[in-house]
Design a protein around this ligand. Structure first.
Ligand code: RB5
Length: 143
């Protein structure tokens, strides 16, 4: 699996930790920035990660900002992206099983590191269940 990661300054430290975690699992990571704690604008990073997923450059994406909210809104504006902001492992598991979420959003200032990494693990390892859930995803994609 190939995963793109992106953050603003509020999610930078968490992004770095997520990157370390994924690479430790031999998952290929494409780091779209930001690359320091200098203030940047989350819409650009959410969009870049969403586009990498929608274009098929990567299989999935993980985005981080202070709360995870702004960057999840930005990612979800890209057609084909289903970005889920998760604050616990149950949400991570269910959004994969039911929503086939292809981007995960996390809050660097609102979710503790170990919880965030547990969320990433559950989200990476859980498969989409298909069936009735696919019909609902088709409805999301309908014009
Ligand atoms: C940046 O200060 C902060 O607004 C951003 O990281 C995020 O929390 C927005 O939703």
């Amino acid at each position: 699996m190939k995963i793109a990661i992106a953050s603003d300054h509020g999610g930078f430290e968490l992004k770095e930790n997520v990157k370390k975690y994924l690479e430790g699992r031999d998952i290929e990571v494409v780091d779209l920035g930001t690359y320091s704690e200098e203030s940047v604008d989350y819409p650009a990073y959410g969009k870049a990660c969403g586009q990498a997923v929608a274009n098929g450059e990567v299989d999935r994406g993980i985005v981080c900002c202070g709360t995870g909210i702004g960057i999840s809104i930005a990612a979800n504006k890209v057609k084909g992206v289903r970005c889920a902001l998760c604050t616990d492992v149950t949400m991570a598991r269910l959004t994969r099983q039911h929503n086939d979420s292809n981007v995960l959003a996390l809050g660097g200032r609102t979710t503790g590191l170990q919880t965030a990494l547990d969320i990433v693990a559950a989200w990476v390892d859980t498969e989409f269940e298909g069936g009735r859930h696919q019909r609902r995803l088709d409805m999301l994609d309908a014009e």
